[in-house]
Design a protein around this ligand. Structure first.
Ligand SMILES: Nc1ncnc2c1ncn2[C@@H]1O[C@H](COP(=O)(O)OP(=O)(O)O)[C@@H](O)[C@H]1O
Ligand SMILES: [Mg+2]
Length: 272
């Protein structure tokens, strides 16, 4: 049965994200450790940005502050000029894994946020059906998470966030646990969804190729304390395909980013 796609139900919201002098410290063994030092950036509506850096540099901490999961020690986060001080479905979050509710079906997991918001049942069903179809999960609507492959679970996690029409989609290494082939298919699927919805996306990864393939801009992070070391404009033409990554421009960018990351990885290893 063909799913009737009611596109007018799908709202396109594009968030403007501003991070101002964001610093975060955590207590560790009685000491105060500064994890982020005065991070500043602006992300324009509809932009796809990757935060790239070695493990422990503070990527997740930035994302968690934008989500409102943690409070900055100092500084501010604004989304569409509104100060962020708590989580909201307006900032959709996709975690690395295991984030679907195991006792709910795919349909119920995707529907959950809309139910909480009080969206009427007919509208809920139409929206969830639209998104399930978009990522090829219609046949699995009644399956439980343990019956789905890792790739399917992540597709469900992405649309569970998107169904709430977030201003910004925050993704924390969402494909890191998938095998290489599935990961590449997920990257292509994400780009095709984004080129249609043009939601603002902030995507955390430690994989240079993934960042180059996906983003308009890469924020390369430095360590100890975490900060934005350099912003790289990824000028590769869209739509991007596997072959885009073999172009001379892409190889030159890869080399440039590799050198930046290498320095930081060495620094973080010395600090261990
Ligand atoms: N809640 C916390 N309490 C104490 N230390 C934390 C907490 N969250 C993160 N950290 C520390 O902050 C640093 C950055 O963490 P994180 O943002 O997760 O890095 P990344 O995502 O880049 O790997 C790490 O050294 C980590 O151990
Ligand atoms: Mg992390």
């Amino acid at each position: 049965m063909a799913v009737v796609v009611e596109k007018n139900l799908v709202q396109r919201v594009r968030g403007f994200v501003e991070v101002e002098n964001l610093s975060v410290s955590f207590k560790r063994k009685g000491h105060c450790v500064q994890v982020l030092d005065s991070v500043n950036f602006k992300i324009t509506p509809g932009e796809f940005v990757c935060l790239l850096g070695p493990s422990g540099c503070g990527k997740s901490t930035i994302l968690n502050a934008i989500a409102g999961f943690i409070q900055p020690t100092s500084g501010f986060v604004f989304v569409n000029k509104r100060h962020v001080d708590a989580p909201s479905a307006d900032r959709g979050f996709v975690f690395q894994q295991y984030s679907l509710l195991p006792w709910k079906t795919t349909f119920e997991n995707v529907e959950f946020g809309l139910k909480i918001k009080g969206t009427p049942k007919a509208e809920r069903t139409e929206l969830v059906d639209y998104y399930l179809n978009l990522v090829g999960l219609s046949k699995h609507r009644h399956s439980y998470p343990h019956q789905l492959s890792g790739g399917m679970q992540q597709r469900a996690s992405i649309i569970r966030a998107l169904v709430n029409s977030p201003s910004v989609l925050l993704m924390d290494e969402p494909f890191a646990a998938l095998d290489a082939q599935t990961r590449h298919m997920m990257q292509e699927l994400l780009l095709s969804i984004w080129s249609d919805l043009k939601t603002t996306v902030i995507f955390v990864t430690h994989d240079i190729e993934e960042a180059l393939f996906l983003s308009d801009r890469i924020f390369v992070m430095g360590v100890n304390p975490g900060r934005i070391k350099q912003q790289i404009d990824v000028t590769l033409a869209r739509p991007r395909h596997v072959d885009s990554m073999l172009s001379l421009d892409s190889i030159a960018l890869n080399r440039q980013v590799f050198e930046l990351i290498r320095e930081e990885t060495l620094k973080s290893m010395e600090a261990d």
